[in-house]
Design a protein around this ligand. Sequence first.
Ligand code: GTR
Length: 463
Amino acid sequence: MKISTRISGGLGLLLICSLSAPGLRAQPKDVNYDEARVPSYTLPDPLVMENGQPVADAGAWRKKRRPEILNLFETHVYGRSPAAPPVLVAEVTSIDTQALGGKAMRKEVSVYFTGRRERPKMDILIYLPHDLRGPVPVFLGMNFDGNHSIQPDPGITLSQQWMRPDKEKGIVDNHATEQSRGKSTGRWPVEKILERGYGLATIYYGDLEPDFPEGWKMGVRALFSVEDDLPRKTFVGWLKKHSKEKTGGTGEEKSDAAVAGGDHWGAIGAWAWGLSRAMDYFETDEDVDAKRVVLMGHSRLGKTALWAGAQDERFAIVISNDSGEGGAALSRRRFGETIDRINTSFPHWFCANYKKYNNHEDALPVDQHMLIALIAPRPVYVASAAEDLWADPRGEFLAAKNAEPVYRLLGKDGLGVDEMPGVDQPVGGTIGYHIRTGKHDVTEYDWEQYLNFADKHFGRGKP
Ligand code: GTR
C-alpha cells in the first residue's frame, strides 16, 4: 500500500447531510440482572480445533487455531472486512506547536481512501507532548461526538459529519455547532496523558460510518459491492467499479445487497477498519512510535477496539472500557444485554449471520473470551463499572479469565487471580482487569489504570 502525505491549509470538499436519527433504543424488557438466573453453559475451548484436535503448541495456535477463530468471528459475528486500499492519501490540515498553553503540539490529518480527496474520509486529531523527543507511544481511541468535543480548543476543526441529535452537546439538525466544543473533555484527560509521556490520537467514529441503520450509505461500507471479493483482497476491483459508478447510478442499489450478505462487515467492522487505516498512517508519521500504539475504546467503541486489535496485530496493547455484549462480555451468560437485544436495537453493528444466534447463544461456535484470546500474546485490559450491569461486569471478567490458557500457551501470564476482584482493585499481568465504582462511562480512574498498564508493559517506570 502506498501512503502519500501532504500538507495543506484547508479541508477538502465537505458534504453536508441532514438525516434524523431513527429511535434506536427500544425499552429493554425481561432483562436478566439476577446471577441465579444465568443458565448453565459450556464455553467453546479456544485450545481445541474445530475438528476436535487439541492445539499442541504455540506454532499450532499461530498457524491453525488463531486463523480458524478469526474466521469464525468474521463469519458469525462481525463480518469480513476488506484489506487496506492500495493508496491512502493523508493530508496534514493543521499544526499548532503551542497548543494547550504551550504544553502540546496538536495536528490534524485527513485520511482519504480512494486515492482521491473525496468522502468518506476520516480526520485524525493528534496531541503530542510539546517537549517531544523522538517518536512517542500514542493512545488511539475513537470518540462519540467529534474531535472538537475532546477539548474546548477553537483551533480543532468542527466536525461536519452526521451526529446523533443531542441538545446538551449542541448537536442541532444532526450536526455539531460551536456549542459542541469540549463537551466530552471528562472522557479525554489529554493533559494527564501528555504529562505521562504519551500522545493521544482520536477520530470521530461517524467519519467511517454514521451510527444508524442507513448510515452505511455515507460511510466506507458504501465503497464496496457484494460481488467484490472482500476478504483480504485489494481495493483494485472496487476502484474500477467505483469509478464507473461515478458517472452513473446512485451506488445505493449495490450497497443494499452488500448489507444483506450474511458475512459482510457491519458498522463495528467499518469502525475497526478505520482504526487500522489510522495505524497505516502512524507508520508514516515520524512523531508517532507505531510499534507502541495503545488502542482504547469505550462501550460500542470498546467492542470496536477489541475487534480491531484482534484482526490487526500492529496494535501493541488493546483496552476495552465497558464494552459489554459483543465486546468483552460472554454472550452465553445472557446477563444484561443479549445478542437478541443488541441485534434488535442496533441491526447494523454486526454481520447478518449474527442474527441467527438471537436466543441461540449456545449454537455460536465462539464466545467473547476467544476474541480476547486473539489479542494474545499482546497485553489486553478489560474494564467494567459496578453500576453497568447492562454490560455484565462478571461476564467481562470471565471472558478475560477464559482467555488465559491462550496467553499461557504463548508463554505469558494472564490475570493472575481466579476470583473477580472487589471494586477499585485493579488486577492482572498481561491481561489486566478492574471493576470501578460508578456507572457506564470513562473516568479519570480508568485512564489512570490504562496509563499504568501501558507504562508497565512498555517498561516505562514504575506504575
Ligand atoms: C448501549 C448498547 C451497548 C453499548 C452502549 C454504548 O445502548 O446496548 O451495547 O454499546 O450502547 O455504546 O454506549
